[in-house]
Design a protein around this ligand. Structure first.
Ligand SMILES: *Cc1c(COP(=O)(O)O)cnc(C)c1O
Length: 351
């Protein structure tokens, strides 16, 4: 089948990066113990412990919805609640899975308008009601980077963690693009998580160059009690676990987890730079990771679609372009040139 020109509609359009694929191929040598009792899975978990400078508990699941939902369910009783931003993936894009897997824990959603949670929003949501009739706040979840590509600074995470500690809340991080945030901040994974007060992290492998898979990382091992049963019950215990775990060894030991993310971020910055100043085209959000959200008149977006570009407009209220590990800088330039040309034609038509 002929491959068509690269698109930036989603970072899930990308294939498997060479480092992850090579590790899968290495793990494909002969037979091996199943359900995670294999050497690849042990090595992958150790690679995370090295990366995070922590004796953390690590679990491998198939996707981010499962990682988030099961992690939150592990932190909550059914009568608890989870504080999140209005744009949080757990609220808008997981089909109620966090509520389902927690047997009813309610999401307490911050008012719309800001993609990041702040300590004030958390305090307001967590202390608004303290009576028996309201689900008891138990967890705060933040997305790093956010669904619209903003990165919480270490200071912001620490301030959120301080409020969590004060109010007796656990702090969960949806890190579907965790590597991209590390690349932006230039800090260590440890600094962005347990050193800043994060209790549980969902580290995305899929958007980082794997075929499939996310890691759920508990920095407080006590919180991981019976999490293996939770995964199994949810249909998230891979029988041939080595193929879910081994790619992580390839990503983490080669440093590809970080270079892949740096590349995606750099392509987003490149597009943002190339379209800056084009009249009628505006960035909806600061570009801090691998996403560019563009606000432009509908006819201009239609023109881009006619030119063959694919993008989604149901997130963030604009045209979203995402850049993965394999983004081709020449295609990024082509996109920028088409945006510029479409804007020029529109302004000529209007004149
Ligand atoms: C992609 C993504 C996920 C995971 O989505 P799945 O399709 O379930 O793998 C989780 N959180 C955020 C912010 C994401 O962008």
């Amino acid at each position: 089948m002929a491959t068509s020109a690269q698109q930036f509609g989603s970072d899930n359009y990308a294939g498997i990066c060479p480092e992850a694929l090579a590790a899968m191929t290495r793990a494909n040598d002969g037979s091996c113990v199943s359900y995670g009792d294999d050497e690849w899975t042990a090595l992958a978990a150790d690679a995370f412990r090295t990366l995070f400078e922590s004796d953390c508990e690590v679990f491998f699941v198939f996707n981010g919805t499962a990682a988030n939902s099961l992690a939150l369910a592990a932190l909550c009783q059914s009568f608890h609640s989870v504080i999140c931003a209005s744009a949080a993936h757990v609220e808008t894009d997981e089909c109620g899975a966090p509520e389902f897997f927690s047997n009813g824990s309610k999401l307490l959603v911050a008012p719309p308008g800001s993609s990041k949670l702040t300590p004030d929003m958390i305090r307001t949501l967590a202390t608004g009601r303290a009576d028996i009739h309201f689900p008891k706040p138990r967890v705060v979840t933040i997305t790093q980077p956010t669904e619209t590509g903003q990165v919480y600074s270490l200071d912001e995470i620490e301030a959120i963690a301080a409020v969590c500690r004060e109010l007796g809340l656990k702090l969960h991080m949806d890190g579907a693009r965790f590597a991209h945030a590390c690349a932006t901040l230039g800090c260590s994974p440890a600094e962005m998580t347990w050193k800043a007060g994060v209790d549980v992290l969902c580290f995305g492998g899929t958007k980082n160059g794997m075929a499939v898979g996310e890691a759920v990382i508990f920095f407080d091992r006590a919180l991981a009690a019976d999490f293996d049963y939770r995964c199994k019950q949810a249909g998230q215990l891979a029988s041939k676990m080595r193929f879910l775990s081994a790619p992580w060894i390839g990503l983490l030991e080669s440093g590809a987890w970080l270079s892949n993310a740096r590349h995606g971020n750099a392509c987003a910055t490149r597009l943002a730079g190339a379209i800056a100043g084009i009249s009628g085209v505006e960035l909806l959000f600061p570009v801090q990771a691998n996403a560019v959200f563009i606000h432009a008149p509908e006819p201009l977006l239609d023109d881009l679609r006619r030119r063959g570009w694919r993008f989604y407009t149901f997130i963030g209220g604009g045209a979203r372009f995402m850049f993965a590990w394999d983004a081709d800088p020449e295609r990024v330039e082509e996109l920028a040139a088409d945006i510029a040309d479409a804007a020029r034609l529109m302004s000529t038509a209007a004149a």
